[in-house]
Design a protein around this ligand. Structure first.
Ligand code: 6CS
Ligand code: FE
Length: 274
C-alpha cells in the first residue's frame, strides 16, 4: 500500500506513535531530489570541519549543518511538507537541532551500529526530553542492496539507557562507527527478539520519520549505487538544550532554539514539484 501524505497527518501520527517510525512515499519529486543531490555533491567536495570521511577511505561519511550554508537546504527545512509534519508530531514550533547528509558511498559506504539518537543528544548535548523528530529525505533510492536503514519497531518505548555504556571520551566518537554510547549486545538481542526488525525501503523523494528513541543502524554499502539520505533533526522550541560541561560544536548541536519560519512556496523556486 502506497503511504502518501494525501492520507493526512492523522494516519501519519498514528503510525508514528505505534511503531515509532513511518515512511511516506513520494513526498518530494524526482526533479527536487536531483537538485538537492547536485547541490549535496558540490558541498561534499569542500574540506571543512563538518565533513567527516569514512575511516578506511576518502569517501564522505557525513556532512553536517547543510541548512546553514546552503540556500536550497535552508529552504528545504522550512518547506511545509516537512516543517508542518514536525510541528504536528512535536505539538509546537520547531528549530533545527542538526542536519546530517549521509551519502553512504557506492562500494565503500560504512555501517552505523545499532543506537538510539536521543541518548547522544541527552548525554552530549543536554536535550531534556525526546521531543524531537528525525525527518529523513531519501535523495536516492534506498533498497535492500545499498546499505538501507534497519529499525526496531516499537523500540521508542524501551529505555535502554541503563544498558548503554559511554565507552570513550570526545564527541568525535559519535560520528563514525564504534560509537561512544554503545548498547549492550544482551539488551539489543532481547529488544530485537521482542520487537523484530524492519527496513523502511523507498524510492528517492520518500521521507522517513522516526522517534529519536528508535533503535536503528545500517549495514555497509557494497553495491555500485550510492544511498544518499538527508537527516533533518527537528527539535521542539520548548525542548531547548540545557547547559552541558563541554558542549559539542554548533554544527552538531544547535543551542539557539529560534523557531523556523515556514516557506509559503515549495523550496525549489523554479516551478512546483512534478
Ligand atoms: O551524534 C549525533 O548527533 C548523531 N550520531 C548518531 C550515531 N546518530 C544520529 C545522531 O544525530
Ligand atoms: Fe542515528
Amino acid at each position: 500500500m502506497k503511504r502518501t501524505r494525501t492520507m493526512g497527518h492523522q494516519w501519519i501520527r498514528q503510525a508514528y506513535e505505534t511503531d515509532g517510525y513511518v515512511l511516506i512515499d513520494e513526498l518530494f519529486s524526482g526533479r527536487e531530489c536531483e537538485a538537492l543531490l547536485t547541490a549535496a555533491h558540490k558541498v561534499m567536495e569542500l574540506d571543512v570541519e563538518n565533513r567527516i570521511l569514512e575511516s578506511d577511505s576518502n569517501a564522505v561519511r557525513s556532512l553536517y549543518d547543510l541548512h546553514k550554508d546552503n540556500e536550497l537546504f535552508r529552504d528545504l527545512v522550512a518547506d511545509r511538507r516537512v516543517h508542518d509534519l514536525a510541528c504536528d508530531l512535536l505539538g509546537s514550533r520547531v528549530y533545527i537541532h542538526q542536519t546530517q547528509l549521509n551519502p553512504k558511498a557506492a562500494f565503500v559506504g560504512d555501517s552505523w551500529e545499532w543506537h538510539q539518537d536521543f541518548l547522544f543528544w541527552q548525554r552530549d548535548d543536554g536535550m531534556p526530553a525526546p521531543r524531537a523528530v528525525n525527518v529523513v529525505l531519501y535523495l536516492t533510492d534506498m533498497t535492500m542492496f545499498n546499505g538501507p536503514m534497519f529499525v526496531v519497531p516499537g523500540s521508542h518505548r524501551e529505555d535502554l539507557s541503563a544498558t548503554t555504556e559511554t565507552i570513550a571520551h570526545g564527541w568525535e566518537r559519535t560520528l563514525t562507527n564504534n560509537l561512544r554510547h554503545a548498547i549492550s549486545e544482551t539488551a539489543l538481542r532481547s529488544c530485537i527478539e521482542r520487537n523484530g526488525m524492519a527496513s523502511p525501503l523507498g524510492g528517492a523523494g520518500s521521507v522517513l520519520l522516526f522517534d529519536p528513541r528508535i533503535v536503528h543502524g545500517s549495514p555497509s554499502n557494497i553495491s555500485p549505487f550510492e544511498r544518499t539520505a538527508l537527516f533533518i533533526r527537528y527539535n521542539s522550541v520548548e525542548n531547548a538544550l540545557v547547559k552541558v560541561e563541554s558542549p559539542r560544536p554548533s554544527w552538531l548541536a544547535e543551542r539557539n532554539p529560534a523557531a523556523i519560519e515556514p516557506l509559503s512556496r515549495p523550496f525549489l523556486v523554479d516551478g512546483p514539484p512534478d
